[in-house]
Design a binder for this molecule. Sequence first.
Ligand code: PLP
Length: 471
Amino acid sequence: MRRCRVFTREDIDSIPELQALSRDHRETMKAVSWVFPFRVNEYVIRELIDWSAAPEDPLYRLVFPQPGMLLPGQLSEIQGLTSRGVSEEELEQAARQIQLTLNVHPAGQKALNVPWMDGRPLPGVQHKYRETLLFFPAAGQSCHSYCTYCFRWAQFTRPDRFRFESHETSSLLRYLQLHREVNSVLITGGDPLVMRTKVLRRYVEPLLDPSLDHIRSIRFGTKSLSYWPYRFVSDPDADDLLRLFEEIRSTGRHVALMAHVSHPRELETPVVRQAIRRIQGAGAVIRTQSPIVRGVNDDADSWATLWRTQVQLGLVPYYMFVARDTGAQHYFKLPLAEALDVYNGAFRQLSGLGRTARGPVMSATPGKVLVTGVSRVAGEDVFVLQFLQGRDPDWVGRPFFARFDPQAAWLDELRPAFGESEFFFESRFREIKAALAAGQVSRRSPPALSAGPTPKPPAPTYSWNRHIQKS
Ligand SMILES: *Cc1c(COP(=O)(O)O)cnc(C)c1O
């Protein structure tokens, strides 16, 4: 079994590969990592990064803090403090002040997405789109390594009020019993697969309760396939994890791993290939998604290779996201127009099997907005946009138009085309926000449905599957 050795800010000087870079570079990296959490494991260092290309290597940039992630003034402030040798508390305090300016919870995640039950917000849950519920188990709020561009980075920094938490699978269960419109539960984090399988089971097994037969699919959002494929191969509880996937399947539900894969190299090592075969053997489908990020995967050939390799391996390309308006977005973002060029440049190289890839997609406050293309309509250059998911399901499937702007990088930087004063969804969105702000009144009393005591989940009826082979 391989042990997962990890390095954080304190260990920057003890990563042998880093010693080839200048001392200056390492010191800057330390300064940046006060603000942006840094964690990398040995697998990523040894097997994914091409050290002959560092610091320009895309996989290096994926995990090691970059000087440009802080604005010049912020960087010099932190560096000034470190060179004066101030206390850790003082540094943390200064870092926190910078973090607070970085839009830690984009897209109304706290105010607009957290549902209410029994007069209280339900921690650890987001219910933004009718059919899909996001669940953030408290024990899954970390990752095997951290991506520099992570939009959930706030969950990894100290103040607990930034964390989504839930120890309450019982309240999740009750909420789902009351919400029969939900058919998919997406367990996410952090990375829920950092949890040991026996902990993960405590969250998953209640979802298999017969009272929840409207839940047709269970998904796990994860970067473990890329950052620690041994999770599925040789960790002590790897077999048990695959058994858990089979148990979900045996209840008639779909199991999907929503794998975050940023760069084709993540799918190249022998152990990741073995992990993929084992996951598939357990009956789970791997779907893949990633943001498009400057310096990491901002070219069409990289995405074409990524998606072609996925099709070859039986993975299903899902979303290409636009870097969100949080954290070091100023450093990693691409204008929508450029992201669209990359998407099209890659998409055109695929057979139909790879064309399940959708993007560029903004996971924005009103919904998931797809940039369909750029066109010229009635003499005006426009972005053609479309909701893939909306806070109001009626918004989906109705193309709408924004003035073309080569610099715009997020929905709120776009203006309606054709002299309109606002986009079609905005007045309805104001109503929705007002209703949510009005103290969640309508949600205080859920539909009269006897909640009763929760029946125990059935004994697992799975049988050991011959497809799971010992590694
Ligand atoms: C993307 C997302 C989902 C899942 O959407 P699908 O289109 O079903 O994959 C659910 N909730 C939130 C808040 C999301 O951003």
